[in-house]
Design a protein around this ligand. Structure first.
Ligand SMILES: [Zn+2]
Ligand SMILES: [Zn+2]
Length: 138
């Protein structure tokens, strides 16, 4: 086992999730992926190594991970759900041209909202779309 696989197994144990090979592989994939993969992306890549894997299993694992707060769902517009191994507060920028989703940092203390005085905020989802740096210079 390499170190990132070990780290994934340990994180699952910390969250009281029994570390099956499939869960470890999905978590490892998510944490090493910068591109916010869909269920399909994860399934297509991992089934090569784990032939017994099914798409339903991948979906159920991701559902468990989001409940246990080791992954987040990312939805922009009507797009299918994508998954993010980065659970810290950050924003997402979707490029209208290449479809990539980029992470960016958000300083939530500098955000100003009005009309929510008596509300409690649990999560921030900050989504922007436009043309990314790469597509903009092409
Ligand atoms: Zn782009
Ligand atoms: Zn992200």
């Amino acid at each position: 086992m390499n170190t990132s696989i070990n780290a994934s197994a340990n994180l699952l144990k910390e969250k009281n999730i029994s570390p099956s090979i499939q869960r470890i592989r999905v978590l490892d994939y998510l944490q090493n992926s910068k591109n916010h993969p869909t269920v399909d992306n994860i399934y297509i890549d991992l089934v090569k190594e784990i032939p017994t894997l099914s798409k339903t299993t991948v979906y159920n694992i991701l559902k468990l991970f989001t409940e246990k707060n080791i992954a987040r769902t990312v939805r922009i517009g009507n797009n299918e759900a994508r998954y993010d191994g980065n659970t810290s507060t950050h924003g997402h920028f979707k490029c209208d041209k290449c479809g990539n989703i980029y992470d960016f940092n958000v300083n939530t203390e500098e955000l100003k909202f009005t009309g929510l005085d008596k509300f409690r905020i649990n999560e921030y989802h900050i989504y922007l779309n436009g043309i990314c740096e790469k597509c903009n210079t092409e």
